[in-house]
Write a protein that binds this ligand. Structure first.
Ligand SMILES: *Cc1c(COP(=O)(O)O)cnc(C)c1O
Length: 382
């Protein structure tokens, strides 16, 4: 029987675990022994380490990235009668949290090169929404898709001019930079996720909010703990339970210690892909002043969903991981269609062409060669 090459998975969490298993075991055992399972000292230690790493005053640990988005919106008192602008090309939580707080999502198209929210479409839609007068434009959620910071240098002036709160959905981009600034500092508030497949990942659900503003940070801490004020017996506003577990904080501290090394590996791998694939497919464009965190490496396969799906099948047949983020943009999903009132051509096109290739910090040059060769032959046959 012919020997089969080992599978190259889309994401590999095992190599990282093997690297830090001993330190993780120690950290976790300490938490189990100490018994401070809720808001234990590791949570504070992680928040300080994250704030220092991102270069900002406050990091607030939360139960998930989804909760981080929701709490950021609740803290601004965004709700019924308000409109929030966001890209439809994102994970569903970007819109879900807007609807959950009672506001109306307005879907903005994406820039076909960076795959992130299109500043020109945003500006046009703000004017349209104002003229229509059905809901008050209050906020814009920019998503750092696949690890690439959105075009904050263009979005922030539009948001400022229109009086919109700018929230960064950095669930996929922790560790990325724009100019000399890290994700976490690119907007008045930044939500991130430590879901297991993200760049900084726990062993379960976790998330955080970053802000330079003392008042916002205090509000995030109240909202994650039932709205309790300094006197814990007195709830001063309506909050929720969204604390980051001490156990996840302990794990994340060890993950954060190797993050910059892993980000460098991701950048090297992305450059290796670009070299091998530039003539074959369209790559996500990274502006010269940006460094992506490369949580996902997605290329565009021209020819529509049918051809892309064939290429994906051929890669999978040959043990090369291939995924689709996102086959259905938010505005085409059952519960979210009702908020859509126009087509989003660039969003819909990317949904039909996007193909994610294996991406994690432990890919070798041989892996990249094999992915590139397999993709080349799959494209020829499809
Ligand atoms: C993962 C993700 C979220 C949600 O994060 P969770 O921690 O899974 O709740 C939100 N937005 C985007 C863009 C994501 O990729």
């Amino acid at each position: 029987m012919a020997k089969r090459a080992a599978a190259i998975p889309l994401i590999d969490l095992k190599s990282q675990h093997d690297r830090i298993a001993d330190r993780l075991r120690e950290r976790v055992m300490k938490v189990l022994k100490d018994g401070h399972y809720i808001l234990g000292p590791e949570v504070e230690e992680l928040e300080a380490a994250l704030a220092a790493h991102a270069g900002i005053a406050h990091a607030v640990g939360l139960a998930s990235g989804t909760d981080a988005l929701l709490i950021a919106l609740l803290a601004e008192r965004i709700g019924r009668g308000d409109a929030v602008f966001l890209p439809s090309y994102s994970f569903v939580a970007t819109a879900g949290t807007v609807v959950q707080c009672g506001a109306m999502p307005i879907y903005v198209d994406i820039d076909p090169d960076t795959f992130t929210i299109d500043p020109a479409d945003l500006a046009a839609l703000v004017d349209v929404a104002r003229a229509a007068g059905r809901a008050v434009p209050r906020a814009v959620v920019a998503v750092d898709l696949f690890g690439l910071p959105a075009r904050y240098d263009e979005i922030a002036p539009i948001a400022n001019e229109a009086g919109l709160f700018l929230l960064a959905d950095a669930a996929q981009s922790y560790g990325a930079t724009l100019g000399d600034r890290r994700v976490g500092t690119l907007a008045p508030a930044t939500a991130t996720s430590f879901y297991p497949s993200k760049t900084l990942a726990g062993y379960g659900d976790a998330g955080a909010l970053f802000t330079a503003d003392d008042g916002r940070a205090a509000a995030y801490r109240r909202l994650r703990q039932h709205g309790q004020g300094p006197d814990r017996a007195d709830a001063v506003e309506i909050g929720m339970n969204s604390r980051l577990d001490t156990l996840q904080a302990a794990i994340l501290l060890e993950k954060l210690a190797i993050l910059d090394d892993e980000l460098a590996a991701r950048r090297r791998i992305a450059a290796g892909y670009a070299e091998r694939l530039a003539d074959l497919v369209h790559l996500q464009y990274v502006p010269p002043n940006a460094q992506s965190a490369w949580s996902v490496f997605t290329v565009r396969i021209e020819g529509g969903a049918e051809r892309r799906d064939k290429v994906r099948g051929r890669l999978q047949d040959r043990q090369v991981g291939a995924g689709i983020y996102y086959p259905l943009p938010i505005h085409m999903q059952t519960a979210y269609r009702r908020f859509a009132d126009r087509p989003l051509p660039q969003t819909e096109r990317l949904a039909a062409e996007a193909l994610a290739l294996p991406m994690h910090p432990y890919l070798t040059d041989e892996d990249l060669d094999r992915v590139a060769e397999t993709l080349k032959s799959a494209l020829k046959k499809s």
